[in-house]
Ligand binder design. Sequence first.
Ligand SMILES: CC1=C(CCC(=O)O)c2cc3nc(cc4[nH]c(cc5[nH]c(cc1n2)c(C)c5CCC(=O)O)c(CCC(=O)O)c4C)C(CCC(=O)O)=C3C
Ligand SMILES: [Fe+2]
Length: 405
Amino acid sequence: MAPDTAVSTSPFPTDLSPVAPYDALLLFSFGGPDGPDDVLPFLRNVTAGKNIPDERLAVVAEHYHHFGGASPINGQNLALQKALVDELARRGIELPVVWGNRNWEPYTRDALSAAYADGARRVLALVTSAYSSYSGCRQYRENLWASLDELGVDVGLGQGEHPVAVDKVRSYFNHPGFVQANVDAVTEAFESIGRDARLVFVTHSIPDTMEEASAVSGATYSAQHLDVAATVAAAVGERLGRPVTWDLAYCSRSGPPSQPWLEPDVNDHLTALAADGVQAVVLSPIGFISDHMEVAFDLDTEALETAAELGLVAVRADTVGTREPFVRGLVDLVLERAALARDAEANGPHPVTADVVADAAARRVPEAAVGDLPPYRSVCRPGCCQMRAGTPTGIPAACSTDPWS
Ligand SMILES: CC1=C(CCC(=O)O)c2cc3nc(cc4[nH]c(cc5[nH]c(cc1n2)c(C)c5CCC(=O)O)c(CCC(=O)O)c4C)C(CCC(=O)O)=C3C
Ligand SMILES: [Fe+2]
């Protein structure tokens, strides 16, 4: 117990709004086509400067056309935006929530521009990806920097001068809210399958080079998933009253076949499990927060078809979507990031910007995490999550101690 005379170091002073210094929250997502005419321009946006073969693009365009040319992701982001607004209101917190995307309308720049016109000068970005890697973190931060640059020019500033300052909520893969919502969803899937089953966690594959580069600010992309998977599986086992056997598999590989990506592919893995005598599987898409195209097509269409062909009984667990523990956790993360910002302003750079904060007690603001890994950094390190280790992209990125790395 701290002595009574101790100076209060509460990260949540009562004289300030709990979200100060922020005046807007940016729900920051990938984006997806709204109709058939958007599919090709959207895919061009996504793959600009990437080494994605034309054949792969034609295949992915078909996935979208299979669903009428519209991605489910935009409706899901609107639902999450509404859930965040409701949860903030329930707590009596005033903070407008704007929605912007990297690859489709509403674009990041336009969302920031609207927030700026409404008076916002300090914006907090919440990315719809729970894990850290080039695709899940840095690429969003690069888009943020470019968008802020354009907005600066719009309002009469020069290139490199930003009218709004933006911070980012840390990668939240091991936050208790995200983990709890996954535990609930997987438990429900086991209850619905009503028999013993292998638990197969699934996430987006990435190139091996991107996996290696993801180590700069902490555990790698695959290590982050393995930690969450172990935590979720253990909690589900406790709920069911028996241990659960699990694996991690990958979906949605692209890139040329010559380039190594994380494996096993979920379809290959199901084939191997069936050959081993496994009869039933629960697929848990822990790599994704909503049922967007990777889930709707790569899992619900393709992987479930593979399972059926193999004679496997298979159920796909829900993504966290707008589940209550998840949304509550996101708002907790917003308050935590605001407390970190206030603390940094009052007491100098926060330890989150230092190299190692292994000891939870040494943190001036408590940051919740479950599993074996520490909470992820709120401010990315120089060179964090490049496309490949040791090869700077040369593209500036916001929300880092070194934007130009
Ligand atoms: C790690 C990761 C996430 C999870 C984190 C996060 O959620 O952000 C994610 C999410 C998503 N990926 C999406 C769509 C696409 N991703 C592509 C391509 C790629 N993804 C990659 C990685 C990831 N992607 C990578 C390494 C590539 C290769 C090219 C590159 O380095 O960029 C391509 C091009 C065609 C193809 O190659 O498949 C498309 C169309 C959508 C929208 C879905 C919808 O519309 O509902 C979402 C949410
Ligand atoms: Fe992707």
